[in-house]
Write a protein that binds this ligand. Structure first.
Ligand SMILES: Cc1ncc(COP(=O)(O)O)c(C=O)c1O
Length: 341
């Protein structure tokens, strides 16, 4: 696509578009090479790569935002870098150092600046860093070589025409095992979530909620997002579990709830039998931003929180604060914003 082609930014969806340049670096003989930008969006790897057969891979997701004065900024890329190190460790891949990760993201955004949607469209440039095991290997063991890549795709706002609540159902399948890979951002967790997601959508729900795999009594994840609830006495509550992916958006909201909205914050068990304790509920993540939860279907009953059509007041305030910071309208806590210069 040429630099002059005009895009209808406001009608972008969360889908793939080939942008100009992407970053690739190879790990071989114990170290990462310098890495380079390439126009080629296809990867040629050994048919015996561990990424293909044994799911030895991980990925990240973060966004570049255009601010009112036209600047471009990243939101907490250091946190994504640190989480990718955790994921790499869990599936025996070499760590990508934090500086290398941030440098790669910066290079990709700078090389695709005209793909960063204009301020006010609600659209952003989504970055997808990943590490995959490559090279010839047959047995179940760590790969001889690895590839670290980052590509960028302009994506639309999650909420078409405003922030509207959606309903979820409880999955009867698990996305993670009690001591498995749930806390790592590895592909296998997502392959396992495709069928329950498909089943939930077929029944008219936005996605499904996963309960803890050991007892099936506590809320863990809302599709590919974390859960939060607001209690009638104004507490921000979110589940804690070793099989939840630690959401950067969730930890950011915990800080904003406490410091900006002056709410008390609790990270603790959220029992599916005790949904009455919440007057509002939401799903949060980089792609979802904040999705208000209208209701949750459990054992044939739909439990409605604030409303199936209206966004609750605390959820709205959290959304406005988070998005305001990400787009540079509200002062961010120190160290959260990385300007692309
Ligand atoms: C399973 C899962 N949970 C939660 C999240 C939200 O995490 P974050 O806020 O870091 O995007 C994501 C998305 O990355 C996810 O895939």
């Amino acid at each position: 696509m040429s630099k002059n082609v005009s895009i209808d930014w406001s009608s972008l969806s969360f889908s793939y578009t080939k942008t100009d340049l992407r970053y690739v670096s190879i790990w071989k003989d114990g170290k990462w090479d310098e890495g380079k930008l390439t126009e080629d969006n296809m990867i040629t790897i050994s048919e015996a790569s561990t990424a293909i057969h044994y799911g030895q891979q991980c990925f990240e997701g973060l966004k570049a935002y255009r601010t009112p004065n036209g600047d471009v900024q990243l939101f907490r890329p250091d946190e994504n870098a640190k989480r990718m190190i955790q994921s790499c460790n869990r599936v025996m891949m070499p760590e990508v150092p934090v500086e290398k990760f941030i440098d790669a993201c910066m290079q990709v955004v700078k090389a695709n600046l005209h793909w960063v949607p204009p301020y006010g469209t609600g659209a952003t440039l989504y970055l997808r860093p990943y590490v995959i095991g490559i090279g010839h290997n047959l047995g179940v063991k760590s790969a001889p070589e690895f590839m670290f890549g980052v590509f960028a795709v302009p994506v639309g706002p999650y909420f078409k025409g405003g922030m509207a609540p959606v309903n979820f159902t409880i999955a009867d399948m698990d996305r993670a095992a009690p001591h498995g890979t749930g806390a790592a951002k590895v592909g296998g967790n997502y392959a396992g979530s495709m069928l329950p997601n498909y089943e939930a959508k077929k029944r008219g729900f936005a996605d499904c909620i996963y309960l803890d795999p050991a007892t099936h009594t506590k809320i863990e994840e809302v599709g590919a997002a974390n859960f939060f609830g607001i209690t009638s006495d104004g507490k921000f509550v979110t589940p804690i579990s070793p099989s939840i992916l630690p959401s950067i958006t969730k930890y950011s909201l915990m800080h904003l709830a406490k410091e900006y909205l002056k709410l008390s914050v609790e990270e603790r068990d959220c029992y599916i039998d005790n949904l009455d304790e919440f007057t509002e509920a939401g799903a949060c993540g980089t792609a979802a931003v904040i999705t208000p939860i209208g209701g949750i279907e459990y054992k044939g009953q739909l439990h409605v929180f604030h409303s199936e059509t209206e966004v609750g007041p605390v959820t709205k305030k959290l959304y406005d604060t988070l998005v305001g910071i990400q787009f540079g309208e509200i002062d961010a806590p120190k160290g959260w914003i990385y300007k692309v210069e």
